[in-house]
Design a protein around this ligand. Structure first.
Ligand SMILES: [Zn+2]
Length: 246
């Protein structure tokens, strides 16, 4: 697959999606790809290619993320890519090397816990880190269009959304919508020995990791082609450490 400045070409995007047709391509560009004039220009101007950051493989992306988390845990954050220059660079285009599907919990801000900066991470946060339809769409965009080669589903200890799914009580408003998306994971470990809450938090991460390529043809095909890796991690609120669980 060819990438222009980190972007998968339109034809390849359709191939990934398992669909074809110029009409779909035109509407995808028109409506969904969110390219402003400068970004579109950056994609098609060959002279810009040399300025593109070196592509990061899925494995390198994971190592880079985990190294950032180690710095955070050790209290040695480097706060990379937060200069005025970086601000200017990223105002032209973005090439995030990794995507995060994390919980909206105020204690788990992705850029801080992974010690990253502007334009590094494409972050989707929703209570319970669920692979909802809109979350999947956002991750398809970051992976197939922006060229991010890693997705980490990041759950955490004491997740209120998972605890609500474990309890199963009726919930007001639309709170129940994301809780429903966690329940299959909880049910899969309800009979398991040990702490149901802890088991459910891990099971939910693993369930959402599995769900992404299964329900998204675009993500599934990228994984098959070795262009994308999807992993799960659990964040410890006290130590700040991320531990892989897939
Ligand atoms: Zn949470």
């Amino acid at each position: 697959m060819t990438r222009i400045n980190g972007f998968v070409g339109r034809r390849n995007l359709l191939k990934l999606a398992g669909i074809g047709g110029a009409g779909i391509a035109a509407s995808a560009v028109k409506s969904g790809l969110l390219l402003n004039g400068e970004e579109a220009k950056a994609q098609t101007t060959p002279t810009k290619t040399e300025k593109r950051p070196r592509p990061v493989s899925p494995d390198e992306a994971l190592k880079k993320l985990l190294r950032g988390n180690e710095r955070f845990v050790a209290g040695k954050r480097a706060n990379p890519n937060q200069s005025q220059l970086r601000l200017l660079e990223t105002s032209v285009a973005q090439y995030p090397y990794a995507s995060i599907l994390g919980c909206a919990d105020s204690r788990v801000p992705a850029e801080i816990v992974f010690d990253q900066g502007l334009g590094d991470l494409f972050v989707v946060r929703v209570a319970g880190n669920v692979a909802s339809q809109t979350a999947i769409g956002s991750l398809e965009f970051s992976s197939a269009v922006l060229g991010s080669q890693l997705i980490i589903v990041l759950g955490h200890a004491k997740c209120g959304a998972v605890i609500a799914a474990v309890k199963g009580d009726p919930l007001p408003g639309r709170i129940g919508i994301f809780v429903e998306e966690i329940k299959p994971a909880v049910e899969s470990v309800r009979q398991k020995t040990g702490d149901l809450e802890k088991n459910s938090i891990i099971a939910n991460i693993q369930y959402q990791v599995k769900k992404l390529p299964e329900t998204s043809t675009i993500l599934g095909n990228l994984v098959k082609e070795g262009k994308l890796k999807i992993v799960g991690g659990v964040y410890d609120l006290a130590s700040g450490k991320v531990t892989l669980v897939t």
